[in-house]
Design a protein around this ligand. Sequence first.
Ligand code: ZN
Length: 304
Amino acid sequence: GKSWARIGQIPKRVFVRYVERKLLMAFTFANVNGRSALVRENSFFDLEAISDGAVSADPMEALTTPEALHDLSANLETFTASGNVDDVVLGAPVPRPTNSFGIGLNYQTHVDEAAMETPDVPMVFAKLPSCITGPTSDVQMRSGECDYEGELVVVIGPGGKDINEDQGWGHVVGLTVGQDFSDRGAQFMNAPAQFTLGKSMDSFGPTGPVLVSTDSFPDPADLELQTRVNGELRQHDRTSSLIFSIPKLIAFISRFVTLTTGDLIFTGTPEGVGFRNGVFLTDGDVVRTYIEGIGTLENRCIQI
Ligand code: ZN
């Protein structure tokens, strides 16, 4: 009836303003000394402080109120910054996920270098929450067969079960960068492989430096990814190369597991990992993992 007819009559300038406001509402979220914060350029804003307590200081709790994060971000210029991000050590933006998943073989180039078959359904393992660390954490290597895998990490917002693929993006609160460090000796110590143990050793899951809401990107499904070891470019691809898209992964996993706010999905790595050439990380190596529009992890490898 009449209400539908009115949609076509919205003045163009009002519609444009709405779109602009929506773009302005994108947010960048960080964990500063265990407290939730919004980030703009080099400044951070303590969320509990700028929201008068309406948003929790606990990053896990804060991610359950994304509308407030969007609204506060839209008005950030009205608040005084709490500090400069260069003066603090950022923690994992999602420090205590309930569930944390990794996806094996999700770029064809990596399937080829691993000499594996392209999977018909996502190959899922646990990247145990206990291995999740921050963007500049050291990596403790217990063997001479440790390797890097630069990956985009999806952070679940509204949870759910049996999520339809076409609703998948609606269940994402933001994206972050992850390193799926892997001890290849542990991973392949027997057959079938021990993906969960080999990839969940203490300190093997750096994430961050920030979590960026999906409306920050022109296309959140097409982001450049790079991994460098001691400055040398080892991995370079775009997330549009994923075999199983982010909505497909969410639909698939939620058939088995009820997803919860803060759950992580490490979406898989492109070609260029070390182990196919027998080249592993050594004591003192620095791994830098970059994703366009999010930032860079920098992790030093320590042989223990
Ligand atoms: Zn991986």
